[in-house]
Design a protein around this ligand. Structure first.
Ligand code: SF4
Length: 357
C-alpha cells in the first residue's frame, strides 16, 4: 500500500471513530485516563469538545509529579537544607509546594538544586563533583523506574560514594485497584504497558474491570475511545489493546527483570489518595547504600498540603479542576498551589491551558 493510501485510510478510520463517539447513544460511561500525557493530548486535540455528555472523561492519577506526596518534597528539602545535599531532579518537581516551602524557594535561599533530564545525568553530576553528596529525586511509574535502576547499578559498579536516590516510584496496578470503582473503564497508559505487558489488564477484565490500551496520536486516541464505548455498550467486561504497534502482551521482560533484581514493592502514599498497599518500589537491601532515606537516616515525615487544594479529589475524578475554588485565581501555572497545576502532565494545568478556565 502506498503511503498516500495508508494516510487516506487512517484519516477515514479516524473520522469513523469520531462519528461513533459523537453519535454515541448508549448508557452513560465514565472513562478514566491514567496517564498525564493522555490527559493533555485529549485536551489539546479538542477531543473532549466532540463527546456527548453521556461520555465522561475523568483524569485519574496518571501524572507522576501530581501523585508524589507533599511529604516527599519535605524529605527533599530536609536533605537539601539540613544535610547540605545537592538535589538533582526533573524540572517539574522544583516548583511543587511542600508543607512550608518548595525546592525553588530553597534554591533561592542557597540550597543546591540541579535540574537534570535523566537519573544517569545525576550520576554523572555526582562523579564530576566528588565533594558533594548528590541525591536524585526518583519519581515516576514503570516507564522511568528502569532508568533509575541503571543509574544506581552504574554508581554501584563505579563505587560512587556520593550518589543516592530518594525513591517515590509507583506502580500502576495498585492505582487500578484503588480507582476501579470510580470509573466504568480505564484508558490504560500505553507507555506503562509497553514495559509491563497486558496481563494485568486481562486479569482485571476477567474480574469485571474493563479497559482499553491507547497510544498518543489523535487517531490512536479517538480509535481507542470509540472501541471502548462500543464494547461498553454491549455490557460485558473487556480489555482491548488498541496500541499493538508498541504494546506487546509480554511487555519488555528485560526491563522488568532489571527492576525486580534491584527493587522491591512497598506500600506507597499517593497525593490526595493516601497509602496504596504495595504500589511503590524501593531499592533492595543490596543497594541500601544508594537509598537516601537510609543513608541520611531521614525520619518519617508527615506532609500537609494547602487546605484549599483539591488535587486529591481531582486525581480521583471526584471533581473537576474548575470546582477548586482557587483554580485560575490564586492557582495558575505561574503560581501553582498544588502539584496538578505545576506539572506539564497535570489535570489542572491541562484544564487551565486548554480552555477549562
Ligand atoms: Fe490544587 Fe490548584 Fe488544582 Fe486547586 S487548581 S486542585 S489548588 S492544583
Amino acid at each position: 500500500m502506498s503511503s498516500q493510501n495508508a494516510d487516506t485510510n487512517k484519516r477515514s478510520a479516524t473520522q469513523s471513530a469520531l462519528e461513533i463517539l459523537k453519535n454515541y447513544k448508549g448508557p452513560s460511561v465514565r472513562i478514566m485516563e491514567v496517564c498525564g500525557t493522555h490527559t493533555h493530548e485529549i485536551f489539546r486535540l479538542g477531543i473532549r469538545k466532540v463527546l456527548p455528555p453521556s461520555i465522561r472523561l475523568i483524569s485519574g492519577p496518571g501524572c507522576p509529579v501530581c501523585v508524589t506526596p507533599v511529604s516527599f518534597i519535605d524529605e527533599a528539602l530536609l536533605l537539601a537544607l539540613e544535610h547540605g545535599c545537592t538535589i538533582c531532579t526533573f524540572g517539574d518537581l522544583v516548583r511543587v509546594p511542600g508543607t512550608t516551602s518548595s525546592l525553588q524557594k530553597a534554591r533561592g535561599a542557597g540550597a543546591k538544586v540541579q535540574v537534570v533530564y535523566s537519573p544517569q545525568d545525576a550520576a554523572e553530576y555526582a562523579k564530576a563533583h566528588p565533594e558533594e553528596q548528590v541525591v536524585f529525586l526518583s519519581v515516576g511509574f514503570e516507564t522511568t523506574t528502569p532508568s533509575v535502576c541503571i543509574a544506581v547499578k552504574t554508581a554501584a559498579e563505579e563505587k560512587l560514594p556520593n550518589f543516592s536516590v530518594l525513591t517515590a516510584n509507583k506502580t500502576m496496578p495498585g492505582a487500578y485497584e484503588a480507582m476501579k470503582d470510580s470509573t466504568d473503564l480505564f484508558l490504560y497508559p500505553g507507555h506503562v504497558h509497553a514495559i509491563i505487558g497486558t496481563s494485568i489488564c486481562e486479569e482485571l477484565a476477567v474480574r469485571g474491570v474493563s479497559g482499553i490500551c491507547a497510544g498518543f496520536t489523535a487517531s490512536e486516541l479517538v480509535t481507542a475511545l470509540a472501541v471502548g464505548v462500543t464494547k461498553f455498550e454491549r455490557g460485558e467486561s473487556f480489555f482491548v489493546n488498541c496500541y499493538p504497534r508498541v504494546v506487546r502482551p509480554e511487555g519488555q521482560p528485560a526491563a522488568v527483570r532489571l527492576v525486580d533484581s534491584m527493587m522491591e514493592p512497598c506500600d506507597s502514599e499517593w497525593r490526595g489518595i493516601g497509602e496504596i498497599p504495595q504500589s511503590g518500589m524501593k531499592l533492595r537491601d543490596a543497594y541500601a547504600a544508594y537509598d537516601a532515606r537510609i543513608k541520611f537516616r531521614i525520619p518519617k515525615v508527615e506532609g500537609r498540603s494547602n487546605p484549599a487544594c483539591r488535587c486529591g479529589d481531582v486525581l480521583q475524578g471526584k471533581c473537576l479542576p474548575s470546582d477548586c475554588k482557587v483554580f485560575g485565581k490564586v492557582c495558575t501555572p505561574e503560581h501553582p498551589v498544588g502539584a496538578c497545576m505545576v506539572s506539564g502532565e497535570g489535570a489542572c494545568s491541562a484544564f487551565y491551558l486548554y480552555g477549562g478556565k
